[in-house]
Ligand binder design. Sequence first.
Ligand SMILES: NC(=O)c1ccc[n+]([C@@H]2O[C@H](COP(=O)([O-])OP(=O)(O)OC[C@H]3O[C@@H](n4cnc5c(N)ncnc54)[C@H](O)[C@@H]3O)[C@@H](O)[C@H]2O)c1
Length: 352
Amino acid sequence: MKKALITGSSGLVGSEVCHDLHRRGFEVHGIDNNQRAIFFGSSTDTRWNQRQLESELKNFQHHELDVRDRGGVVALVAEVLPDVIVHAAAQPSHDKAASIPFDDFDTNAVGTLNLLEADRRSCPGSPFIHMAANKVYGDRPNTIRLKELETRWEYDDPSFQHGISEDVSIDQTTHSLFGASKVASDVLVQEYGRYFQMPTCCLRGGCITGPNHSGAELHGFLSYLVKCNLEGREYKIFGYKGKQVRDNIHSKDVASFAYAFYSNPRVAEVYNLGGGKENSCSILEAFAMTAELTGKRQQYRYVDEPRVGDHIVYYTDLRKMRSHYPEWEVTKSLSQIMGEIVDAWRMRLPNS
Ligand SMILES: NC(=O)c1ccc[n+]([C@@H]2O[C@H](COP(=O)([O-])OP(=O)(O)OC[C@H]3O[C@@H](n4cnc5c(N)ncnc54)[C@H](O)[C@@H]3O)[C@@H](O)[C@H]2O)c1
């Protein structure tokens, strides 16, 4: 039986990958220490997801391990000898990083180095799939000329009609400390690929979401926005008139890409990963879509101060990914994603 090692296995992406690979016949080993609850508070506790994996997946084993524990990581990889590693453990918030710079860098950059080196020592031929982030581009996308439409900003430059490609520079822009720790891990993953000829890839995600997201104000905007709507709680918009645009991808489509890469690995690749223009929305548009589904008007407050380094418009150019992996596709539309998130919160919030 093939073995998979998934870090951040109780989180949104990690748990989806665990389900996906288990369904495909893998023995799945998950690493998580519920650090999300420490980063964002008890409302984002991920133990429920861990318990679900343990009860639903016959060949799943949870390892309570911190990816910063170098000795522990090296020993576990040597013991499991996985056929594939999907690294999804992280401090994932752009805004949170400034208040916890050491924890952010140690988790995102050093944790990734621990895993890469463990992989190189024990199973260098096993594909290493790293959940990177589009924040590696910093705020460079904000230098693209924009036009203002009624409910959203839009690129006003035909060279970006398909969105942001992997050719955009990651240098000399404001990244946030999160973006900087993600750049460090991204470059390390590429380097282990190029230098040691290991099959590695970085998936530079934007807004990944789905019903299993434990959305918080500082991470997981769509999930958090729906939660606020259902609870009648105020959602804060930070700048850009609420017309800032994001593309959204369901975690299932991320998991299926991880499998596509495992099945046909390449060396030192980077891909931008998102739902593409068709799955994009502004915050104002997300309010309207949510209200349509729940019948409740969104309560919100406008704060006339954008978050540092925040993208005004970001949607993903998927052409490189599609050309390397033509069998892979975005299967979940934005309205399907929204519907699933609403249903999931209704189940988890008793009075909604
Ligand atoms: N969700 C998104 O919108 C998005 C977008 C771009 C990139 N990403 C990247 O995808 C990856 C997964 O994101 P997610 O949304 O699933 O986040 P998540 O917070 O839901 O999951 C991360 C998991 O990692 C665990 N974890 C954190 N630090 C750990 C540590 N030191 N040791 C062990 N486990 C630890 C957490 O407890 C959590 O369960 C991250 O690298 C993130 O930066 C996510």
